[in-house]
Design a protein. Structure first.
Length: 240
């Protein structure tokens, strides 16, 4: 389920611009709020709506996000409140007023003020394109956004200037090679989300997440991706 927050006030763009990972001036965008240590706190879409910006966030993250944004307001001319609005989404022909999901073309469209879903298998799309989901692959206080594919999915802008957690994120981008991250793998069998992925000798290689039709999203150490790998009773291998 999603929850919509409405951000109004003369400083709404500059306020969010100084906090989140993406360039709010280019909205609609997908973005994240990070800790000062560069770890994920929440991801959401920011969508223009007349003289307001809409924040489209997972319901399970909404209350904490509202609290944190309100804490940062200080003297900014910004008001943030829950909006009595639903969001519809689908992958067929887009209705009037819909926006393209900014993460990936396969995610189709979103319509604010609409309701319902066209029956798309969203997990299958996410697994096929390694698109993380809030509170599944994206874990507050644990996930680093570059390991979760935010650059590939247009969720971070390295030219926009400072934001919370920017220094750590920029250092990971420019000064280190990522050694771990989300990948799509083939899976024979199934196991609960969060099951450790193990090498044959019992060393841990990563964690299993969303599964669909013989494939899965996994968080893996890149130097331990060469099998055989297991997650519980399931066998894991490189996706074909």
């Amino acid at each position: 389920m999603r929850k919509i927050l409405r951000v109004t006030g003369a400083d709404r763009v500059s306020f969010l611009q100084g906090l989140v990972t993406n360039d709010v001036a280019r909205a609609p965008v997908w973005t994240a709020l990070l800790t000062p240590q560069g770890k994920y706190m929440a991801d959401f879409l920011i969508v223009p709506d007349g003289d307001a910006l809409l924040i489209d966030v997972d319901e399970g993250l909404a209350d904490d996000l509202l609290r944190r944004l309100s804490m940062y307001k200080l003297r900014s001319d910004v008001q943030i409140a829950p909006a009595d609005m639903e969001v519809a989404r689908g992958t067929g022909p887009a209705p009037a007023g819909a926006i393209a999901d900014p993460r990936h073309p396969a995610l189709g469209w979103r319509l604010y003020g609409g309701s319902g879903d066209d029956g798309t298998d969203w997990d299958a799309i996410r697994v096929a394109h390694t698109i993380p989901e809030s509170l599944v692959e994206l874990i507050p206080n644990e996930t680093f956004i570059l390991e979760a594919g935010f650059e590939r999915l247009h969720g971070v802008d390295f030219r926009k200037g400072c934001y919370v957690g920017q220094e750590v994120t920029a250092r990971m981008k420019h000064k280190t090679d990522l050694r771990k991250g989300l990948v799509t793998v083939a899976i024979d069998g199934d196991a609960p989300v969060g099951t450790p992925i193990l090498l044959e000798d019992g060393r841990e290689a990563g964690t299993l997440f969303t599964q669909s039709d013989g494939r899965a999203i996994a968080y893996l150490r890149f130097d331990r991706m060469q099998g055989p790998l297991t997650a519980g009773e399931a066998r894991i291998s490189a996706a074909g």
